[in-house]
Write a protein that binds this ligand. Sequence first.
Ligand SMILES: [Zn+2]
Length: 461
Amino acid sequence: MKQITLGCLIALMMAAATAVKAQQTAGGAFTHNPDELPCLTQADYDYYNDVVTQNTALLEAQGLRAYQPGLSSEIIAFDWPVAQASGFEYNSTWAISNYVDHDDTTGALEDWNCGVRTYDTSSGYDHKGLDIYLWPFTWTQVDQEQTEVVAAASGQIVFKNDGAFDMNCDFNSQQWNAVYVEHSDGSMAWYGHMKNGSLTPKNVGDMVTAGEKLGIVASSGNSTGPHLHFEVYDVNGDLIDPYVGPCNPTTTTSWWANQKDYLNTGINAVLTHTDIPDFGSCPAIETTHIANSFQPGDTVWFFGYYRDQRSGTSALCEVITPSGAVFSSWTRDFANDYYSSWWGRSRVLSSEEGTWRFSVSYNGDTVTHEFDVAELSVDESSLLQLSAYPNPTTHSTQITTTLPIANYKIYDLTGKIIAQKTGINNIEATVDLSSVSPGMYFLHAKALDSDQSIGVKLLKE
Ligand SMILES: [Zn+2]
């Protein structure tokens, strides 16, 4: 009996040791649109083409249509249609899941570079646009409005739809939140799947300039996750794939000002965490466990977030102490091709206090992330506190905090978010309550460099 007990104990100890070891590394691939559903159905195309035709005819009749045949000799050259909003610090926030499918045969695929990064469906749909999805933490990015859809070229808005639900994970018959822009040469770009309420206040007939924010990347319409669907037509209404390449019959010159490579291998983010991120399932906002402040001896999870990871390549990861010594370094060898992936491991910090660095080098790029290590003092200077003045208010109130805050959200009594602000990075912020009805609200603010958050009641008179 004693022996069996001892045997069990050893087995338990070994199991525990294995579990600890297994938790020291983590990661995997992230796949967008695994079900490959059509971004637009034929009914959608019929509807949108009708509305665009009506809108341009109306603008024409009113003498307001910017495009006039022969008026402009401008060559349209697209800038990249997504951009990271100010106040955020990822190296990049996007990856590509699908190009245009140039093979009309159902079940056969061909993108502009003769690859198969595209899709069709058994119903006869060939993907007609460029799908740019968010990576990493796609739903957190939507929530925080981290990635903006920006006009790839200047032009006139000829279609706009807002108000559609924006957290779709599956096929549906809903409209998408979208803006269509007609350029000076009569060509047109469609920007779809955007966040409800995030669209430019401009309307049909208004002009936008290249780089101007059109909305926020999200998942409205037929969409399995947050992404921008960017689709282009020439003046004759013929589909254009803006990439020049050996298997793209729609153009002999690139429509991009600076055409990106077929593969965009690189690092999207280098982050430190208190635990392994939990990606959850669509449309849950991820539990990122991101942290930038630690105490001596803490366990830190170091993750690199990669785009277009290629088999046979490797990334060099280094943790550097405040005095410049290499505390830990490791090489991550990649055995697979992934559109997006995340890989990392944990380390127990030493007692050295100050600003540490975690850097990842991959495919010729090095991205460095700083984090602080300090003994947590228990005096009030390390606690997040908040005051609001005036409160009650008739219009706006000024909040002041003891620590810089990253964001705040305002909830009504039902728990619905009625306003929020991200990227604050300050100890002061103005809260505008002018457009909400009188009543009681709750403001919830989150510290910039720690997990602390604080709530306060706001009264609008
Ligand atoms: Zn698409």
